[in-house]
Design a protein around this ligand. Structure first.
Ligand code: TXA
Ligand code: MG
Length: 355
């Protein structure tokens, strides 16, 4: 049975103490961070880390990262820390940046997926920070979803996937960002960005100079060449069971026109199509069209922050609607969180159109 711990101003201390005790006793607790909900356990104890792999049905070789509360924690788990890593911590911590460093032997092999490295992040959220402090150990904390499902941005997403499989979930409301952290590997030169999140390539380069992006969509423009997969990237991100067709382009008119053509095609074959749209693109469809087809609106294409927050909820909702295809709008601005948003859409899509 999974306990649901609803946190408020009044009971914060009691709830965090309860959760910390579960962790200290070797249990698993899901909690919000500023990116997505994480599933935490004592990251230095192989037996408790195994529980995370089992609950998520995560492939054993896929490395977990550790959430830390202070710079002191880092010295316990990482070695040969380069100057650039310290600069990134100064600039972006606490925040949505996971930094991959050489690991010490204190980190069990199961945690790092047998890699000689470990990803570290200091979250910008009071619940995990206080939980790590009171549990007295860095927490192994992957996203709190079943392997192969989208990351959870709400506690109900965690329960949908993991109820009965974990000891507790702290319900702290929706997550502020809604997409997972940027992951940067500092054990290689130039450093490599393995996953794009709220911290952008330009922001990183301002602090540490040249870096090499290797995530899907880093090559925006051609949209064709995919870089080779790096360690820790073997396991692809979420792909819905329903086929996703992504239509990218700068013109909302052209994108909506192409989505309209695809919609016609599927409907004429007697198929059920769902729509994942920006407000602007939705404006080109009639109210009736939006009504007949399952439609999930992500907000304005000029505000990728809002769309990022709603993306995983949208994919979960449409994937559960028994559709033959999801037609997704890729016309969102690439600035700010837009790069990460487009990356997740590309990961989810099996067919991509550029108009
Ligand atoms: O925002 C986040 O990072 C969230 C919250 C909960 O902190 N966590 C998260 O964890 O997304 P997870 O395990 O779902 O994703 C971590 C990513 C995975 O793609 C993993 O393969 C990669 O980071 N990773 C972790 N450790 C690595 C390592 N030592 N080397 C290369 N990649 C690593
Ligand atoms: Mg994950």
């Amino acid at each position: 049975e999974t306990r649901i711990l609803r946190v408020s101003e009044v009971n914060f201390d009691v709830i965090i103490d309860e959760a910390a005790e579960i962790i200290r006793k070797g249990g698993t607790v899901a909690f919000p961070t500023e990116t997505v909900y994480g599933l935490g356990a004592d990251g230095l104890n192989p037996d408790t880390v195994l529980k995370i792999f089992e609950a998520k049905e995560r492939p054993p070789g896929n490395p977990l990262s550790l959430l830390v509360h202070s710079r002191e924690d880092i010295k316990k788990v990482a070695k040969n820390i380069p100057e650039k890593a310290l600069l990134l911590m100064d600039t972006f911590w606490p925040g949505p940046l996971t930094i991959v460093l050489e690991k010490k032997d204190t980190v069990p092999e199961i945690t790092s997926g047998n890699l000689p490295t470990i990803g570290l992040r200091m979250p910008d959220h009071r619940i995990p920070l206080e939980l790590i402090k009171r549990a007295g150990t860095p927490l192994a904390a992957p996203s709190a979803n079943l392997s192969g499902k989208p990351s959870p941005s709400l506690a109900i997403h965690v329960l949908a996937d993991l109820a009965g499989r974990i000891d507790a979930v702290i319900d702290g409301g929706g997550t502020a960002i809604g997409l997972e952290s940027t992951v940067v590997d500092l054990t290689v030169e130039p450093p490599v960005v393995l996953r794009i999140g709220a911290v952008g390539i330009g922001e990183l380069e301002k602090v540490i100079g040249k870096i090499r992006p290797t995530y899907a969509g880093a090559e925006y423009g051609s949209g064709k060449l995919m870089p080779e997969k790096q360690a820790g990237q073997k396991y692809s991100h979420y792909t819905p069971n329903t086929q996703v067709v992504l239509v990218e382009g700068k013109s909302e008119e052209k994108v909506s026109e192409q989505i309209g053509i695809l919609l016609e095609e599927h409907v004429s074959k007697g198929q059920k199509a769902g729509l994942l749209l920006s407000d602007e693109t939705a404006g080109f469809f009639t109210a009736e069209e939006l009504n007949v087809h399952d439609c999930f609106l992500l907000g304005s294409r000029k505000e990728p922050e809002g769309a990022a927050k709603r993306l995983f909820e949208g994919l979960r909702t449409l994937d559960a609607a028994g559709l033959d295809v999801i037609l997704a709008d890729g016309s969102f601005s690439h600035s700010g969180l837009g790069a990460a948003l487009i990356n997740r859409l590309r990961e989810a899509a099996s067919v991509r159109h550029f108009v």
